[in-house]
Structure formats: C-alpha cells, structure tokens
Write a protein that binds this ligand. Structure first.
Ligand code: NAD
Length: 333
C-alpha cells in the first residue's frame, strides 16, 4: 500500500492518494479503475459542484465539464476493480465530503448516505466537512449536486447552523458506521481550536490547499500539536486554476517550470511534479494529485522513493507567498 499516516481514529491513511476533482463523468470510472491498477488505494471525492460562474468560465475555456459530481462513476470504477479481484473494499481508503448546503444538523446523515449510495459503498474511510460556513439547504430533488448558489445561478443564502451542530451530526455518522473517520477541509486555526473545545471525536484530518506559494506553516504546527493529519490539495499550485481564467494563477511562474524546482528535478533525477509532491510528503502531509494520463498517474504515485535534503526542503518552503487560489468567497456575489 505504500506509506501511511496513522489517524487519531486508529485507522491508517495512505500518504499518496488520487484526487477526483475535475475528472469528467465520461472518464471517471475508467480513471479510478486504472488508478487502482496502477497502485492507488486512496481516492478523494466529493459531491461538490463548482460555483456556476466558474463552471461557465471553465466550460468555455476547456470545453469540458470541470467538477466532481462524479461519485457514481467513481464507484463504478471501484466496483469493477473489486469484481475483478484486483482489490478488496478493505484495501481501499475512500474519502468524500459534506457540501455546505447539507451542514444543518438533520441534513448531514442523508447527504452522507446519498454519497455512499452513489459510490455503492457501505462506509467511507473519511468524511470531511468540505468548507466551513453552512449554506441554506437545497433539496436534492431540486438540484444535485447542489452547487454554491441557492438559485443555482448567483444567490448565496446562508444557514444559521453553527459548526458545533454540524460536527455533532458528523460524530453521529461514526457511531452509525457510515464513516470510520471524520475531519474538515478549508478550515483555519481559530475554527479548529473552537471545535477541539467541544468535539467528542476530534477531527482526524484536515485537507487544505498547500503548495510552495501557500505553505501554511502555523496551521501545520497546530495540526501536529493536536494530532490532526493534514492532506495537501492542489500541490502544483496555480496549475489547477488556469482553466478558470484566474489572473493571479496565470501571472505566476508555473511551479513545474520554476528555476528552483527544475534545478532540484535535475539534481535528484526526478520530474518537477515529483519534487513538489515529495516536498509535501517530507513535510508530513498526505498528497492527492489528480491526472487522467496513465503514465503521469504512475509518476505521481512514485513520489516517495527518494529523499530531498533538508536544505532543499527549506528552500522550497521559503518560496511561500501566501497566495491562495481556492477561495470560493471571491465568487460569491
Ligand atoms: P492537482 O494539483 O492534482 O493538479 C493540477 C493540474 O496538474 C491538473 O490539471 C492535473 O491534470 C495536472 N497534473 C497532475 N499531475 C501532473 C504531472 N505529474 N505533471 C504535469 N501535470 C500534472 O490539482 P487539484 O485537482 O486541484 O488537487 C488535487 C485533488 O485535491 C483534487 O482532485 C481533489 O480531490 C482535491 N481538492 C480538494 C479541494 C477541497 O476544497 N477540499 C479543493 C481542490 C482540490
């Protein structure tokens, strides 16, 4: 299975996994199946849907649908691999996430059950609150995945549900056996400190944007001190956000072409992408790169079998510029 990180729940989480954001519905089943054959055991999914405005920009720029919204197809890939005897369910570690419109206390369990049904699974290994900040409930009969906007277009409507109510329901999922571990995503330090005051099951994992332009050292220090495993998303920084037409992503040197990263790739005889992933894993994080290209899948998975010298890790870390790309509030109105 490769290296794992022990979660506070007692379960082991693979340190290198596979991300499912923007894997097109038409290719998702094959992609997951191929990734399992390549050796991936962790899959990071969600019911999510992009803000309408981003979807429109991305559809125009890339002429494809870019989002998750693919749990059913991903589940088909898993089912095929299990049926063919390539893996057993217990060999896999599957993560899904609670979308903000389902953060009201009584909506958490139905949302988790819906995602489980789409995947064709009886339990998740990890279920995360996708973003802090509950939004007004959207009935799945009206629209699913529901997206950010209450009207499906441009209006954000917040819910009054505080986080402790959502978290109590998340804890209920564990006692009902619907997920083995629970955690959060896109949370900052203050909310985590607050949660730790009342949680009876503390968050086992935090998933955050993390790359050399956004190092988040204090948050990592907090998680280390509190025994919360951290998973990095968008490990290649701006690369994931070019297709949305983000000007601040386009303005930066792509990390895979950055002088420091390419010189380290030469020094260690690796790909720039492998240097970026190894930097994150040597900092103790899990990574979940996404690609639909089989040769790149194998390359990304093979990012653990060498070590960067500490001085090289430190030079990459010193590129920190506090630049965050995944900031849904930017497009809220
Ligand atoms: P990524 O950093 O994995 O990929 C960015 C781009 O780089 C993609 O276009 C990909 O095709 C390409 N790429 C991947 N490997 C490459 C390689 N070796 N060489 C060259 N190009 C390569 O970006 P991501 O999809 O933003 O993040 C990874 C995963 O993290 C997602 O699929 C998703 O599961 C998760 N995620 C979670 C959140 C959240 O809010 N929790 C947000 C974003 C992403």
């Amino acid at each position: 299975m490769g290296p794992t990180i022990k979660l506070s729940s007692g379960y082991e989480m693979p340190q290198v996994g596979f991300g499912l954001w923007k894997v097109d519905n038409s290719t998702a089943a094959d992609t997951v199946y191929n990734a399992i054959k390549t050796g991936y055991r962790l899959f990071d999914g969600a019911c999510a849907q992009l803000p309408e405005i981003l979807s429109r920009v991305a559809n125009v720029l890339a002429s494809v649908t870019l989002d998750y919204g693919n749990e059913k197809e991903c589940g088909e890939g898993v089912a095929r691999a299990i049926k063919e005897g390539i893996v057993k369910r217990e060999d896999l570690f599957i993560t899904s996430k609670l979308w903000p419109v389902f953060e009201d206390g009584d909506k958490v369990e139905p949302a988790c059950r819906r995602s489980l049904a789409d995947w064709g699974l009886e339990y998740f290994d990890l279920y995360l609150i996708h973003f802090p900040g509950a939004l007004k409930y959207v009935d799945p009969a009206v629209r699913y995945p529901p997206g950010w906007h209450y009207d499906g277009k441009s209006t954000i409507v917040r819910s009054n549900t505080p986080l402790h109510v959502t978290w109590a329901s998340m804890e209920g999922l564990v006692s009902k056996g619907l997920t083995r571990s629970i955690g959060v995503s896109n949370f900052q330090a203050q909310l985590i400190y607050d949660m730790l005051r009342y949680a009876t099951i503390p968050p086992a994992a935090l998933q955050i944007e993390h790359h050399p332009y956004l190092v988040q050292q204090e948050l990592l220090n907090l998680c280390k001190a509190e025994g919360i495993a951290v998973t990095a998303y968008s490990s290649f920084g701006p690369a994931s956000f070019l297709e949305f037409g983000f000007k601040h992503a386009q303005a930066l040197v792509p990390l895979m072409k950055d002088d420091l990263i390419t010189s380290l790739a030469k020094k260690y005889n690796k790909q720039p992408s492998q240097i970026l992933l190894r930097w994150a894993t040597q900092r103790g994080l899990a990574v979940i790169p996404k690609t639909v290209r089989p040769e790149v899948m194998a390359q990304n998975l093979d990012c653990i079998g060498f070590d960067l010298e500490q001085a090289d890790i430190d030079s990459i870390t010193s590129k920190d510029a506090g630049i965050r790309f995944n900031q849904p509030s930017n497009v809220s109105n």
